[in-house]
Ligand binder design. Structure first.
Ligand code: DGT
Ligand code: MG
Length: 576
């Protein structure tokens, strides 16, 4: 065998990673608010498509991202609920994330979008492995706290909890190393089950994957859905598990990599992992060359993913998002009163989001403004973080015929200003704050972005607050790069998924773009998102997660340093 094609050395095999994915998330949120919907086929509508549907509807053939008309044709009794307002979904997401975070010892709890969470539970598992009484595995005790031995649950350590992959019992591992790994994953499966039960106590069912890295945990969880879990026992030899999967299932392998692989294999057919992994023309070096212009080391990275190796860490938990962004799309706003109304609406939502995400609500429910005469001054909510900068982005309206090959950032232009401090005054009425912010800050930014007010045709408005107080921006090299990459990657994945499902619909591009920026990586407010880096992101530059600019790769570090400068009035750099 060519030495370049030797099976790569595995890293991080001794970790235990759990991946949780809520079942039909938006639908469950709506069902919990209206329990009578639980037994009916339910679709969650956003513009002209279903963002998701419950599993009753899925039995009728209805699918996520299906057009409403098609869904109704398949299931005439389908009940439709409006899913345009993401606030209730974000609130539930936050509660579930906080719950899972409260079980972590090492703080490695990473959100992926609104309904997925990774947990690195290696430390909890190692602790419990040492406690196991091998003479009485049947009546084992799983300790959830190092300080309080009574906090935990009883479990049967003879068996893995839930589904196991491969399905048939494996021959007993031969050496002690493998045996330990099996036991670690077994312990992880019981913890995963316990945590799923805790999530269910909040009213939400989920799927869970248990493995030794994020890639394998996520893919394992996909095996048995809904309300189930899968442990990948053969994590050290994942080829039989990965090989049948289409390449599109592998996070981090994007459309350009897929195309590069097709070119290497001289085929037009859709490839499986097996096709790509075993073909003699595919090696780290060949991939690096085929993806020329991409990130250095991209060939090696793709090669590792094809072999189920992903050394990326589960990121430490964060209490507050790095930025909050709200946007909406329009069919060409032409006069300033429409623009003003759009800005008022967006800013109102933004302020609401800031109250939900940035106020410490541990003391009392947040319903600002609080009257200054409040009898409970000490229970006033406290700002956990205060963004320092506000940014307005606009894009002209493009008719559908012109939108076919749009890049996410096509036509977008942005300007920033310091965020006025009155926005944090909880004693002032929200409506007054919005009016003042629109008049005093956003409309001036709008005019400087669109100086010719007689020729307006606005297709998108986005307002974003960034530069959280107390936040350190990872200016140095790889962290900031990874953050930029994550944002764009998931944006592209969403856009592709959307385009594939609804290729000809009028609203598709506008809708996709609305979804992307309201929730790139399913949730733009959080950077605790997709860790996997899409090679495709490096072809032309990467998108800054702080200001949205697309930046040539060589300029990323300098751009990061620019963000670290404290603001005076700052106009977005235009040269990229
Ligand atoms: P599942 O996990 O297959 O049981 O179903 P969901 O609905 O939980 O799907 P998932 O986990 O991919 O996404 C979580 C939620 O995020 C989902 O309920 C709706 C929303 N979402 C996901 N992808 C898209 C998308 O491409 N467009 C829109 N509009 N919403 C999406
Ligand atoms: Mg889900």
């Amino acid at each position: 065998m060519d030495s370049k094609r030797k099976a790569p050395r595995r890293k991080g095999d001794d970790r235990v990673i759990l991946h949780f994915d809520l079942d039909c998330f938006y639908a469950q949120c709506i069902e919990n608010a209206n329990p009578s919907l639980k037994t009916l086929p339910l679709g969650i509508k956003q513009k002209s498509i279903l963002a998701t549907c419950n599993y009753v509807a899925r039995k009728h053939g209805v699918k996520k991202l299906m057009g409403i008309q098609e869904a109704k044709r398949l299931c005439p009794d389908l009940v439709l609920a409006d899913g345009e307002d993401l606030s209730p979904f974000r609130d539930v997401s936050k509660r579930i994330y906080s719950l899972l975070k409260s079980y972590s010892w090492n703080g490695r709890v990473e959100r992926l979008g609104l309904d997925e969470v990774f947990l690195d539970v290696t430390d909890i598992v190692a602790y419990n492995l040492a406690l196991l009484n091998h003479h009485n595995l049947e009546h084992s005790w799983f300790c959830l706290s190092r300080e309080d031995p009574e906090k935990g649950f009883e479990f049967d350590a003879r068996e893995v909890k839930g589904c196991v992959w491969p399905p048939e019992p494996e021959p007993r591992p031969q050496d002690e190393g493998d045996d330990n790994q099996r036991l670690r994953l077994l312990l992880g499966s019981h913890l995963g089950f316990h945590l799923r039960q805790q999530i269910e106590s909040l009213g939400y069912t989920s799927a869970c994957g248990i493995s030794t890295n994020k890639l394998l945990a996520k893919l394992a969880g996909d095996k048995n859905k809904p309300r189930n879990q899968t442990t990948l026992l053969s994590s050290a030899h994942p080829a039989p598990f990965l090989d049948p999967l289409p390449l599109s299932k592998i996070p981090g392998i994007g459309s350009k990599t897929k195309q590069a692989l097709k070119t290497l294999l001289k085929t037009d057919e859709d490839l499986t992992v097996h096709n790509a992994r075993t073909h003699p023309a595919v090696s780290p070096f060949a991939l690096e060359r085929a993806l020329d212009g991409g990130e250095k080391g991209i060939g090696q990275k793709v090669w590792l993913l094809l072999h189920g190796i992903d050394s990326s860490e589960v990121k430490p938990a964060r209490d507050i998002p790095r930025q909050i962004s709200i946007e909406d799309t329009y069919r060409g706003l032409t006069d300033l009163s429409q623009i003003r109304a759009g800005l008022v609406q967006i800013t109102t939502s933004l302020l609401k989001r800031m109250h939900v995400d940035l106020l410490d609500d541990s003391e009392q429910p947040v319903t600002p403004p609080f009257p200054s005469s409040s009898p409970f001054p000490s229970s006033k909510p406290r700002w956990l973080g205060q963004p320092k900068t506000i940014r307005l982005t606009t894009r002209p309206y493009y008719p559908p015929s012109e939108r076919d090959d749009f890049e996410y950032n096509h036509g977008r232009a942005s300007k920033s200003a310091p965020l006025p401090r009155y926005i944090f005054d909880l004693a002032t009425n929200t409506g007054m704050i919005v009016e003042r912010l629109v008049e005093g800050t956003l409309l001036p930014l709008f005019h400087s972005l669109n100086p010719d007010s007689n020729n307006l045709r606005i297709g998108l408005l986005n307002v974003c607050v960034i530069n959280m107080d107390g936040e350190k921006h990872a200016a140095g090299g790889s962290d900031i790069m990874a953050a930029f990459q994550r944002q764009k990657e998931v944006g592209e994945i969403r856009a592709v998924a959307f385009a594939e499902e609804r290729p000809n619909h009028l609203d598709d591009v506008a809708f996709a773009s609305q979804q992307l920026d309201m929730e790139p990586a399913k949730d733009s407010d959080s950077d605790e998102e997709a860790e996997w880096v899409d090679d495709d992101d490096h072809q032309d530059g990467v998108r800054c997660h702080l200001c949205g600019c697309v930046i040539p790769v060589f300029a990323v570090e300098a751009h990061g340093r620019w963000h670290e400068l404290d603001e005076g009035y700052r106009v977005e750099p235009r040269w990229w």
